[in-house]
Design a protein around this ligand. Structure first.
Ligand code: SF4
Length: 250
């Protein structure tokens, strides 16, 4: 059944592409017809509008990065332009021999810059630190993903220091095993702002998924390789919390 579903969807996709191709051929071959003129005008207008949105979004982003201040009115256009062009940027980066992580790291920096360029006009109260499970010492017997307070704060891994930071600033710390769990935590806790620690891949997809909420992403350090006894720069975590506590750029 599972295989048949996927094959069926592939066949429908192919059929859809053929239909699209036949439609384009018909429009171009009979462009003298009134109905075709109307459809072609509509399509051209939609493409021009899309290009206008992309150019506006990118121009606003470059301006924001240059002035270190974002334009609140154009924030959604900037995000949409980034999300639309992102897969293309990754593909071009790969073609140029750049690693996916490097391009994603740059995306996270741009996203952080846009978040940090905003004045949110009020201090955030409900802030959450989302940390990946790979920060925990790999032989630790305590289960901290259900309740991080199960950590005995022995100091063998960054979880103990993150708990101290969370207490110091009165924010929540949640340790998650992956993107799906992280999204569930965000749905349950409904934070106003997020300090997310993860690798480039998880941070990128998380930031794109949680569009609408201010997220500052901090890439974890992997001295022993990916997903294993990872570390984090505590200074960056504290800086991000302080930024949200004072309500952004003031
Ligand atoms: S600090 Fe907490 S999570 Fe880390 S090894 Fe010690 S008890 Fe385990």
């Amino acid at each position: 059944m599972r295989k048949r579903l996927f094959i069926g969807l592939l066949v429908i996709s192919l059929f859809f592409l053929l239909l699209l191709f036949a439609g384009a051929w018909w429009l171009v071959s009979y462009r003298g017809l009134v109905i075709n003129k109307i459809i072609l005008t509509f399509i051209t207008a939609a493409v021009v509008f899309l290009l206008f949105m992309l150019v506006t979004g990118l121009a606003a982003m470059v301006w924001s990065l240059w002035r270190a201040r974002t334009i609140p009115l154009l924030h959604n256009i900037m995000l949409s332009a980034t999300n639309m062009l992102f897969p293309l940027a990754i593909a071009i980066g790969k073609g140029l021999g750049l690693s996916e992580d490097r391009v994603k790291n740059s995306f996270i920096n741009v996203s952080n810059h846009l978040v940090r360029g905003r004045d949110y006009a009020r201090p955030f109260k409900n802030i959450i630190i989302l940390a990946p499970h790979c920060l925990q010492w790999v032989y630790c017997p305590h289960k901290i993903t259900i309740d991080v307070h199960n950590c005995r704060e022995c100091g063998r891994c960054p979880v103990s220091t993150l708990l101290k930071i969370a207490r110091r600033y009165d924010v929540q710390l949640r340790v998650v095993t992956g993107g799906t769990f992280a999204r569930k935590v965000v749905r349950d806790v409904k934070p106003e702002a997020i300090v997310a620690i993860a690798c480039e891949r998880d941070l990128t997809s998380g930031i794109q998924d949680i569009a609408g909420l201010p997220v500052i992403g901090i890439v974890n350090e992997r001295p022993e390789g990916p997903c294993f006894n990872t570390k984090v720069d505590y200074g960056k975590v504290e800086e991000a919390i302080q930024f949200f506590l004072k309500g952004g750029l003031r």
